[in-house]
Design a protein around this ligand. Sequence first.
Ligand SMILES: Cc1ncc(COP(=O)(O)O)c(C=O)c1O
Length: 380
Amino acid sequence: MSDDAPQWRDGTRCVRAGLPEPVPGDPFLPGPVFAAPYHLDPWEGPAAAANGYGRPDNPTRRLLESAIGELEGGDCRVFASGQAAITGLLLAVLRPGDTVLLPADGYFPVRAFATAALERIGVRVGFVPTVGPYPSLEGVRLLMLETPANPGLDVVDIAALAQRTRAAGTLLVVDNTTATPLGQRPLDLGADLVVASGTKALTGHSDLLLGYVAARSAELLETLTAWRTTTGAVPGAFDAWLAHRSLATLDLRLARQSANAAAVAELLAGRADVTGLRWPGRPEDPAYPVASTQMRRMPGVVSFDLGDAARVSRFVDAARLVAAATSFGGLHTTADRRAQWGDDTTPGFVRLSCGVEDTADLVADIAAALDAAGAAGPLS
Ligand SMILES: Cc1ncc(COP(=O)(O)O)c(C=O)c1O
């Protein structure tokens, strides 16, 4: 179904992505294929069929890969989680003596992995804030960006950095988790590789873990495929099928999440008891100039500060439509006080992920919960 896809708009591309050609009597999306070994041709062995063993081969996974690949504009390999995709990519590509630059303000387990595992094998690791300044890239093997960065929501100009990485012979990797491929297409902007957690808005139902890497270079894809097959970090067939099914509504979910984030950001901007508001879609936000030209739509995630941990707890406790939960991009609005996980944020910093609830209901609920939460500091 992919030949005529480029002229279609987002909603159409999402509902059709990765579906096989229609066959009378067959379902739209074939059900999950559960198999470890498959029948082999007794004479020809694995060469005779597309599927020999479940770690390298699964038709449900392949359909999901073609769907995500269509949306990212490259070829895709899915992994068991976003972390499996990121760590797999770094380990597959980097060698002892290489230098890698990672986001200083991105998803913190990536930094933890780099210092625990990459430095141990002799890779030199540097951290750069998403907004820069970026050092000379001479001798840098790989630069990874996360834009918008989680959880601070800073944004960087991918195309501008792609010019620099190309000139320096550096691989450019972009973590596209927060934006999703409908929010931006890093491969079109000059990135060599996209990496992402599909656990978040991409699949959006808070019911599975998924990661992926997308690229246009056959050589890089071959390296990654070989790495995934030998290390085994593949998602199961049922998760792959659930993810593909969920992908069909990405356009609709993002539209509501983004509209909700805009309304919530407006509410928070008007409150004197909320500080540090960040949402790249607000013209007043420092990320807006780059985000509004680079991104095709704004994420449903907003961040802000409520002063201290107790006030965050009172806020979430008082809200009926905001669940305390980590992760983001799901159907339900969630709030996460990032410092409780060890993230390098202030005690009252909240990452709020807007769900698909009705906008007026959500805004009213958040306003009432903030009122109920009172001021920062112990309640008298
Ligand atoms: C930006 C970003 N990248 C990667 C990951 C890791 O994804 P997963 O939890 O699916 O392993 C996350 C998880 O929150 C994330 O926010």
